[in-house]
Design a protein around this ligand. Structure first.
Ligand SMILES: [Zn+2]
Ligand SMILES: [Zn+2]
Length: 360
């Protein structure tokens, strides 16, 4: 594991929104957005039926290989998620919570009831250095593997200890928040938006928030001011390197896929997406077997450009192609389950290729 150190005034470019990227969200901001909306709306059952109908009319066998539940930072229980997949007539979904496998058993049980195939998976945040983050997906993992379970437990403990230190820093800065509040809100993995939301939504913090921001900030603003590297409440944490993440997935018999490189190895400058292929290729060395080509950027146009680009790189490096919506919950800045709200779709043959790799 590496220790992510505080880096003075350097800001992670994944977190800072660039001028001409104003309408795009980084994965972190997507997560932050999800939480703002979950908090604002308790009506979890609101679902766009017309979207479901139009997708079903196509009568294709579709899958979604990237989803989250309440066991990391998703809004739905595994059962609710599988029920949604059944409504959308998806043939299969992968449960890929962040460093967490607790939702898989429940999803498999519900999947059997509804005829939705469940792929046991995981998404691991990995850091080659303190300011670079790459997400690695593992498919068809033995989710009861001892080393895997133990490592995730360790990471969870370290996340909790880190959260305690961050909360202490915020208390020292004058904000009211307790670890108990955070624990209550985060059903599984604690992430920064949990902390930001609790502070923002506590009426007793109103005066200091207005003094510091001039208004009540959203979670993204709060995170950028206090919780990113170099910010006053930031604390370093232990995290896996890409090599450690890959080794862990292999140890559990899984297939290793580079998640949404369209966010972590590409930026948008002056209205144009710039791909950093050197950065992409540097990650491959650790033993990547597939790439999440069917991932979305902010707009359809940008997504089309990026899908084409990474499809080319997958061919060049002889990698499997995967895809998924990264569905977290309703109203998120991300996409709906099964890309029900977007032009992309993930056909079943993509899953067949993964199965061929796993079972030969
Ligand atoms: Zn991710
Ligand atoms: Zn994800």
């Amino acid at each position: 594991m590496i220790q992510k150190e505080s880096t003075g005034t350097i800001r992670s470019k994944d977190v800072i929104r660039k001028k001409d990227e104003r309408n795009l969200l980084t994965p972190d901001e997507i997560i932050a957005g999800v939480f703002s909306i979950i908090f604002a709306s308790t009506n979890k059952k609101r679902y766009n039926q017309s979207m479901v109908d139009s997708k079903n009319q196509k009568q294709k066998k579709l899958v979604d290989l990237h989803t989250h539940t309440i066991h990391s930072d998703g809004a739905f229980t595994p059962t609710e998620l599988v029920e949604k997949a059944a409504e959308l007539q998806l043939a299969a979904i992968a449960i890929s919570d962040h460093e967490n496998i607790d939702g898989i058993d429940e999803a498999i049980k519900t999947g059997e009831k509804y005829g939705v195939e469940i792929i046991p998976a995981v998404e691991i945040g990995s850091y080659p250095d303190a300011l670079t983050e790459h997400h690695i997906l593992g498919y068809f993992i033995d989710y009861k593997n001892k080393k895997l379970v133990e490592t995730f437990k360790e990471l969870q403990n370290s996340r909790e200890n880190r959260a305690k230190r961050v909360i202490q820093n915020l208390n020292d800065l004058g904000y009211l928040i307790t670890f108990g509040d955070v624990k209550k809100m985060a059903m599984g993995t604690i992430v920064q938006p949990h902390i930001a939301l609790i502070v923002i939504n506590d009426q007793e913090n109103k005066t200091i928030l207005i003094k510091e921001f001039g208004h009540i900030p959203d979670t993204g603003e709060f995170i950028r001011k206090y919780l990113i590297p170099g910010a006053p409440a930031y604390e370093s944490r232990s995290a896996l390197t890409p090599q450690e993440a890959v080794d862990l997935i292999h140890e559990a018999g899984g297939i290793v896929v580079f998640a949404h490189p369209c966010w972590t190895t590409a930026t948008k400058e002056q209205g144009k997406i710039i791909f950093d292929d050197k950065k992409f290729e540097s990650v491959l060395k650790v033993g990547i077997e597939g790439v999440e080509v069917l991932a979305h950027r902010g707009s359809e146009e940008d997504t089309r450009i990026s899908v084409k680009h990474f499809d080319g790189l997958a061919k060049k490096h002889n990698l499997l192609v995967t895809g998924g919506s990264d569905f977290h919950g309703l109203g998120s800045a991300g996409k709906q389950l099964g890309y029900a709200d977007f032009y992309l779709e993930v056909p079943y043959y993509i899953l067949d290729k993964l199965k061929e790799k796993k079972y030969g």
